[in-house]
Design a protein around this ligand. Structure first.
Ligand SMILES: C[S@@+](CC[C@H](N)C(=O)[O-])C[C@H]1O[C@@H](n2cnc3c(N)ncnc32)[C@H](O)[C@@H]1O
Ligand code: SF4
Length: 388
């Protein structure tokens, strides 16, 4: 059996947040029918590609509507996309179908229709736990609306994941700790992604930072934020199964785990990437055009044009298996690395002595207490001079 995930990108939002470098744009008028045709063409293209390359008994384990803000999509469009996928692919019994949503009334009014369409998991962009933080992040919702909507949504849908951004220069560590604890007591969240604010190139925050008009927290405060967040989540019975992702037992994100394990997925929509291991064990990548209008134009006819398709160099593909896999608490299965030529064994032994990493049988993992130095570990053990 071949397991597969499908990612569907919706590129529009009500407004562009100042920290965000995702492929997202202020919403404008769009022709729903054209978008449906383009999405369907791409889904069909990949079904034919997989059949042509002898992928047999494919079972879909997850579908993820990401963005942008896919909760702005018309539920009918989501329903039509899902029923088309269902016609072409077999769904695994417990398939996870996630839709990213903003925590506002507008989305709550659509939740029953999304559920009827097949969505069974919501990833809710709560982002901040007080109004000062939300304002700092340029979000349009406030906490009272967010908490009301979260409460109502939990009554409709069991599997809700919450996204939070922390370590903001306007935040006090103690206030954040208290707010996070109170939040976890108030709601029975199943999954939480806690991201430290990153100043990404090309964003409004980046420009302000360069001009000295936006402060970031010091490295040591960053670390304190990280460890207290991790500890509070642990005390509230969340497993830290990935650097920034915490879940109650069995509520880990099936879809994102595909990325961390470098498994097969198909990405549909503007800027979406697909990565597939073909039957020669080569990693094939498809890149979609990023600009929504360009993507739409090139996907409207059955003769789809991608921005680029390529065979990833075997070393680069294996480096990715290692880098992504080390983000997971369970670590990487070293049997997946077949041609490895880029590992520094002396560094691995040294990091093992320092208890930063563990190597057991065919598994390599970063000790949970050192997740915050993932980048350092990767830099130490990978020889980046080897061609990639
Ligand atoms: C595609 S966005 C989520 C979509 C949804 N529109 C929203 O904003 O809630 C995925 C998540 O990445 C996180 N994120 C985006 N930019 C970030 C940044 N610069 N630093 C930290 N986290 C960021 C946010 O928590 C966000 O929810
Ligand atoms: S953070 Fe979410 S809502 Fe804000 S611009 Fe990015 S994708 Fe859109």
């Amino acid at each position: 059996m071949n397991k597969l995930g499908i990612y569907i990108h919706w590129p529009y939002c009500i407004s562009k947040c100042p920290y965000c470098d995702f492929n997202s744009h202020k919403i404008k008028d769009y022709d729903q029918n054209e978008w449906l045709i383009a999405y369907k063409n791409q889904i069909k293209y990949f079904k034919e590609y997989l059949t042509f390359h002898n992928f047999e008994n494919i079972k879909l384990t997850s579908i993820f509507f990401g963005g942008g803000t896919p909760s702005l999509m018309h539920p009918k469009l989501v329903e039509q996309i899902l029923s088309f996928i269902n016609k072409l692919f077999e769904f695994e019994k417990n398939i996870e179908i996630t839709l990213e949503s903003n925590p506002t009334n507008l989305e709550f009014n659509k939740i029953s229709d999304f559920k009827l369409a097949g969505v069974n998991r919501i990833s809710l962009g709560v982002q901040g736990l007080n109004d000062t933080d939300l304002k700092y992040l340029g979000r349009l919702h406030d906490t009272s609306e967010t908490f009301k909507i979260l409460d109502l949504m939990q009554k409709k849908i069991d599997n809700i994941s919450v996204d939070l951004i922390y370590a903001l220069s306007c935040q006090k560590l103690e206030t954040w700790n208290n707010e996070l604890e109170a939040f976890l007591k108030k709601f029975s969240i199943k999954h939480l992604s806690a991201y430290q604010l990153v100043i990404e190139k090309g964003t409004k925050f980046y420009d302000l930072f360069k001009k000295g008009e936006l402060k970031t927290v010091s490295d040591s405060l960053y670390e304190q934020f990280y460890f207290s967040t991790k500890n509070i989540l642990k005390e509230n019975e969340f497993d830290q199964y990935e650097i920034s992702n915490f879940s109650k037992p069995n509520f880990f994100s099936k879809h994102n785990t595909i990325y961390w394990k470098s498994d097969n997925w198909v990405g549909i929509g503007p800027g979406a990437i697909s990565r597939i291991w073909n039957n020669k064990k080569e990693r094939i990548e498809f890149q979609n055009f990023k600009k929504p209008e360009t993507w739409l134009k090139n996907s409207l006819s059955k003769n789809i044009i991608f921005k680029k398709t390529l065979k990833i160099n075997p070393d680069a593909a294996e480096k990715e298996i290692l880098m992504m896999g080390l983000r997971l608490n369970e670590g990487v299965d070293l049997k997946k690395l077949q041609h490895v030529t880029f590992l520094y064994n002396d560094e691995i032994i040294e990091l093992q002595k320092q208890d930063i990493i563990n190597v057991k049988k065919n598994n390599l993992r970063i000790n949970e207490n050192y997740f915050n130095v993932h980048d350092y570990v990767v830099r130490k053990i990978i020889d980046n001079h080897v061609s990639s």
